[in-house]
Write a protein that binds this ligand. Sequence first.
Ligand code: MOS
Length: 735
Amino acid sequence: MNAPDRKAMAAMVGAGHSRVDGALKVTGRADYTADQRLDGMVHALPVGATIARGTVRQVDTASAAAMPGVIKIYTRHNIGKLHRVDKDSGVTVDEHRPPLHDDLVRYYGQYVALVVADTFAHAKAAADAVTVVYDAEAPDVGMEAQPGESGEVDSERGDPDAAYSRGEVRLDQSYSTPVQAHNPIELHASVAVCEDGHYTLYETSQAVVNHRAAMAQMLGVPVERVRVITHYLGSGFGGKLWPWTHAVLAAAAARDLGRPVKLEITRQMMFQTVGHRSHTRQRIRLSATRAGRLSSLRHDFLYYASRFDHMKENCGEATPYLYSVPNLRVRSRYERRDMAPATSMRGPGAVPGLFALESAIDELACELGMDPVALRLMNEPQEDESLAVPFSTRHLVECLTVGARRFGWDRRTRGVGSIWRGDEILGWGVASASWLAKRLPAQVRVTLRTDGTAEVASATQDLGTGTYTVLAQMVGELTGLPLSRITVRLGDTDLPPGPLSGGSMATGSLVPAAAQATRAAIAQALGQAVKRKDGPYHGRSTADLVFEAGKIRATDAADSAGVRFETLLAESAVGEGKSGSSDNDADAGKLSLHSYGAHFVEVAWQPEIARLRVSRVVTVIDAGRIINPKTGRNQIEGALIMGVGMALLEETRYDARNGAPVTSNLADYLVATHADAPAIDVVFLDHPDTALNELGARGIGEIGLAGFAAAVTSAVHHATGVRVRELPVHIEDLL
Ligand code: MOS
């Protein structure tokens, strides 16, 4: 990067700009998917199965079809041809069987019919009136199995069995996490338009490019005939990464009716048909010397899949590299149940996995009578021992030491229930966090326009996390234009293909493509400047010119003022940037790329009234360069509050008799609200990781949730003496 770039960068990248789309959102002008109101639009609502296993014998639609406003009712007999997504095509769906494909019911709530009416109310009334006759079989939604001694070995080194049997101190404990539901406030919605065999699909998608490819396959049309639009998202937490069956149904109905079809699923359906985080059971066995040096670590875990599909909840993601331990094995297995397909949920795998691992480390510290921070520092690895490669950058030690200082950890007294504040017992706990860092392929287009503004465009989307803002900052950084003169276009597959919003990968993936596109647009503008006969730079070399503060200027001292770029443009200057996956980097596999963090948590326990809350949190994050500390802090704060929910509130329970998720609304499935939010102190270490991209920005979507629940349960143990190994913590566990 040249000198002017660096100067501009100080004002843009690293500055805590408010969201550029913030005003649109808070004034209701941001058009979310369900806000689309198109001419002739009709409303669809699916009918969900009321059994979890069996066969549809008959769907009686006659009385429903006669109800007010009903336009058409679809079953598998009239929905039209829908195709299966090819598993080898590189296109992702978590439910491969197309909706209304056959008579088999494989989970509760599976769609068995679709009602289309003139209004949502009419569609709802008619959907309730559709009568379905089943041959029901007894479902199995039991989740009591243990990991056992078999399964796929995911990572192994040394001889963990022998080392364990020789261990001076040993720990063998089991942990579990429940089924969790994503519960973004924005419901999943599709508004489908089909005209002349071309589809425009407004969708709540965290990955419009994949959504387009999947829908094209399922509808049986070339990808060019499908356009997917997601301008704004009311979050998704992974639930909106891949297409679900309602989206296919909306498109199929639009195809048949030739009218726009809007389908917004209900909150209850959010627990049934759009994925969840699998229940996990995990066993951790570890051994150490009396002094606290780990000698073996085994992590066996079990998760659940649906009858047809399989999403690995990879609880062992972080285990192989988090600690220095010569003997290790991570092993996984799964069982199938009569449940809907699971999917990625914020920090898939690592989040439930770190609950188990970090709980076990805390238990070991208690066993050894050691400070849990000191135990972690003692077992800090010098390299990624699973791959025998260096870390790109790893500042976990600094996370722990900075966090301990800010939290006041040295004032912690070890005894259970030994810290009081008024009538509350305080408990203090700590845990480490980690999450992978990766780049996905990305393309970005930057246009410098003759009106003095710039546009940056990519078919990625803003999950609500700030992608609009960081892209504007990137272009502002390199052009010197203020954010008010930069427009960002996202969430439309007509734009150059961008990355999904997930895995904490969007920002890090977009950085190189956005920088390249901006530089290409600048080069194009300089090229126009030297050709412009009536301009001051006619006939000069572009090498003599720079673009800064929105102006073009010659580098010689005489031209200190320069000229506003738009006065030299005959037409828009367009630059395209394209970057590849980090898996294809020259040094791929030679470095271990991860983000790290440390959580220090205080809980307050009032035994007289059995009230437990998380009262204070200090979290220190090492996620590389932070492009926007304001949106970044928001991300971590949101993850921590979600972590309060994970630790104390969230669980989806199933009715064993019919296989239904019974916690299917926000009164029964509790999520943490503002009232549950603790005092939060977030610290970013801000060490750039230039192995990932030129700015050294990794990602911050999931790291805040990773490990957090273990810090809470460790604090609960410190306050109450009760070690909760099955999330969430129930008050009755503590009585
Ligand atoms: Mo997330 S599971 O990275 O949307």
